[in-house]
Design a protein around this ligand. Structure first.
Ligand SMILES: CC(C)(COP(=O)(O)OP(=O)(O)OC[C@H]1O[C@@H](n2cnc3c(N)ncnc32)[C@H](O)[C@@H]1OP(=O)(O)O)[C@@H](O)C(=O)NCCC(=O)NCCS
Length: 376
């Protein structure tokens, strides 16, 4: 049996959701370019597009939005689960645990079109409430459920922060949600598909995806990339840090490299321009300068190997400017990607997806005579 380490170049499904041209740096959702979607659409519209194939008309959008909003109020038992978690829990672990709790009572969930149309907006509403609750838990503030506003991004930010949330923050949050909404079948989406292929329910399968997202090689990269900027501390230190850690220490440059892109990740430039727009304080400007210097050195060294900055290199800088601490970044990614996970699971089942059951090539002992300790 031929083994593909890391499932590289293994195709697990047909998809009409997301197109990536890794050589040219092109990303489209259902045929629409990512830049257009970011500039012209709300996350709700993009979610509808991903789930149902077309952008919604006004009536469809109003219904879909109202269905999402019905999901904002978490069940009491999930609120209790979140409140009972240790104070220093990271936000993604809270997300994972909360979604596992939401799977209680979901036994026998059937992946029919009707059930997906009902459950998907509910899960998006729940995700907003859960991530906001995870944030409030992290900063030791009382949980607030999102309340309907004119946007999913705005309701989410209002549930996170006290006081007024600026229009600019809402716009940036919406753009980030659109940018992270889907990316074909990375590890987390594959984990979701493996789970749903057994006909497990939607909430359990999202929890499985979240577990796979957590690692620094996948969703955790935005936190790891930003941690580098903090570790460097000042623009003057970038060269020596890079030499010591990356060149001599052979440490991976986080926020660089991608299994599919052999050029710039098209989402990176959008996050970079948002980070530039938002970085106004002296500290934010300093972090941005560090990031830009590090990007330059990284590209000089790694572009010959076709390793370029990915979406996570600047996303954290944008999230930080909105007011989120570093340990929220992966949860914000998960919030956005929830729709991608659901859309891929639905598509997999709809296209007659079978249970995922690969093989492993046995390389262990041949037959052995068993003698247990008690027989000796
Ligand atoms: C994303 C990632 C996991 C893709 O991995 P992959 O396709 O399996 O590629 P590999 O890990 O096999 O790496 C291939 C080569 O590129 C190098 N490489 C890949 N990413 C690198 C990085 N960020 N910094 C330095 N070297 C890197 C590897 O060391 C390896 O070199 P070698 O052939 O000399 O051993 C990888 O690029 C990475 O670890 N990036 C940093 C984490 C990150 O930003 N993840 C977010 C992805 S959106």
């Amino acid at each position: 049996m031929e083994i593909s380490n890391g499932l590289e170049d293994v195709c697990i499904k047909n998809t009409a959701l997301t197109f990536i041209d890794g050589e040219k740096g092109v990303l489209r959702y259902r045929g629409y370019g990512i830049k257009d979607l970011v500039e012209k659409c709300s996350y709700e519209e993009v979610s509808f597009l991903m789930l149902f194939g077309e952008l919604p008309d006004r009536k469809e959008l109003a219904q879909f939005t109202s269905d999402i909003q019905k999901g904002y109020a978490l069940p009491e038992f999930t609120r209790r689960v979140i409140s009972s978690l240790p104070d220093d829990s990271d936000a993604l672990s809270v997300f994972e645990t909360a979604f596992a709790s939401l799977s209680c009572g979901e036994d026998g969930f059937v992946w029919s079109r009707e059930n997906i149309a009902r459950k998907a907006p509910e899960a998006l509403g729940r995700a907003s409430a859960v991530v906001a609750a995870a944030f409030r838990h992290m900063v030791d503030k009382e949980m607030k459920m999102p309340v309907p506003t004119d946007s999913y991004a705005g309701s989410f930010l209002n549930a996170c922060f006290d006081g007024d949330v600026s229009r600019q923050s809402v716009t940036v949050m919406n753009r980030a949600l659109v940018l992270y909404a889907d990316h074909e079948v990375p590890a987390s989406t594959t984990a979701a598909i493996v789970s749903c292929s057994t006909l497990s329910d939607m909430y359990s399968s999202i929890a499985a995806a979240v577990a796979a997202l957590k690692g620094p090689l996948h969703g955790g990269a935005a936190e790891a990339a930003y941690a580098q900027f903090e570790d460097i501390g000042s623009p003057e230190n970038v060269d020596s840090w890079f030499q010591k850690n990356v060149v001599e220490g052979r440490r991976r440059l986080m926020g660089f490299g991608h299994r599919v892109y052999r050029t710039y990740d098209p989402r990176m430039a959008i996050f970079k321009s948002m980070a530039r727009e938002l970085s106004t304080s002296a500290e934010e400007k300093r972090t941005l300068e560090i990031a830009e210097k590090l990007e330059k050195l990284g590209v000089e060294r790694f572009s010959p190997k076709q390793i370029f900055p990915n979406t996570d290199f600047y996303s954290g800088t944008a999230f930080k400017c909105i007011g989120f601490p570093i340990h929220m970044f992966t949860a914000l990614f998960a919030l956005s990607r929830t729709v991608g996970w659901i859309a891929h699971m639905s598509e997999y089942i709809e296209n007659g997806g079978r249970i995922m059951r690969p093989r492993a090539n046995y390389t262990g002992h041949g037959p052995r005579v068993l003698q247990s300790a008690s027989q000796k």
